[in-house]
Design a protein around this ligand. Structure first.
Ligand code: NAD
Length: 275
């Protein structure tokens, strides 16, 4: 099984499928990330606010996997966007991860009510230039936020990590990003299990047709849309199932039928609400 790499707008490459650790219990993180690395994942998505960077770091150390085979993302939390604080925040994350450099550092939310996200982006550019992170990007940024940071700095983020699953595809953001070569990372790719996505007819029919699970069909849909995904699971069997999505291809009709499930159904917070 080979996980495809995607080339970002800064020339760096990222494995298109990774493992996300939102809501993975800090006490369990080392074991679960170790399990994911053993299964074959090489891309891990964490964040300072998840409280589990130390567990990710412990799993990386224990794995003995060469650093250049891993792709590690972490994120700057909203209360660290001011002044020089992003520099200290990334140093703290690196310490917990046991790394000198992450592969991707993201501004977690624009937190527009605080008015600091342009400053945060300027500091991330400095952090990239200092070699503390190979690539920089943002998360939960709407076109107006992307417009503001690009206008202020002339630097386009490599990715925008946004809530995206069949019932909520954020076309305004994906169109804006596609036009500027910003890659979309789809968080909550399975809708966080918050609506009966797996029972939707196009998903169930494709699963039957290909002898795969509904979750595998939805992940395949993301990959064929060109999105980067990192589904989360605590279960060893599902961790492996979610990786086993490279031996089938959805037909154009199957892909289109899943795309047609769009109905503006957000399952988590809106960027204007998180400050
Ligand atoms: P997800 O859509 O990956 O859903 C995870 C849930 O789906 C699991 O708890 C499990 O119940 C279920 N699941 C997983 N694999 C399954 C399978 N094979 N069959 C059936 N059910 C399965 O949601 P998520 O964890 O929120 O998103 C993935 C990652 O995205 C996170 O771990 C995190 O790294 C990132 N994320 C980022 C943000 C952000 O603001 N940037 C927000 C949320 C998540």
């Amino acid at each position: 099984m080979t996980i495809p790499n995607i080339t970002l707008n800064d020339g760096q490459t990222i494995p298109q499928l990774g493992f996300g650790v939102f809501k993975v219990d800090p006490a369990e993180t080392e074991r679960i990330v170790w399990d994911a690395l053993e299964a074959g994942y090489r891309h891990i998505d964490t964040a300072a606010i998840y409280g589990n960077e130390s567990g990710v770091g412990a799993a990386i150390a224990k794995s003995g996997i060469a650093r250049d085979e891993l792709f590690i993302t972490t994120k700057l939390w909203n209360d660290r966007q001011k002044g020089d604080d992003p520099h200290r925040a990334l140093d703290e994350s690196l310490e917990k991860l046991g790394l000198d450099q992450v592969d991707l550092y993201l501004v977690h939310w624009p937190a527009p009510a605080n008015g600091n996200y342009v400053n945060a982006w300027e500091r991330l550019i400095e952090l990239r230039d200092a070699g503390k992170t190979r690539s920089i990007g943002v998360s939960n940024h709407l076109p107006e936020h992307l417009e503001a940071i690009i206008a202020a700095t002339g630097v386009t983020p490599a990715v925008d990590q946004i809530e995206l699953h069949p019932a909520y595809q954020q076309r305004d953001v994906t169109d804006y990003a596609a036009a500027r070569d910003i890659r979309i990372e789809a968080w909550g790719p399975l809708g966080q299990g918050k609506y009966p996505l797996f029972e939707e007819e196009p998903v169930a029919l494709a699963a039957q047709a290909h002898g795969k699970s509904p979750a595998q069909v939805v992940l395949r849909w993301h990959l064929q849309q060109g999105y980067i995904v990192f589904p989360k699971s605590n279960s060893s069997a599902r961790i492996r199932e979610n990786l086993d999505v490279f031996d089938f291809t959805l037909t154009g009709d199957e892909q289109a039928a899943i795309t047609a499930l769009e109905r503006g159904h957000r399952v988590s917070a809106h960027p204007s609400e998180v400050n």
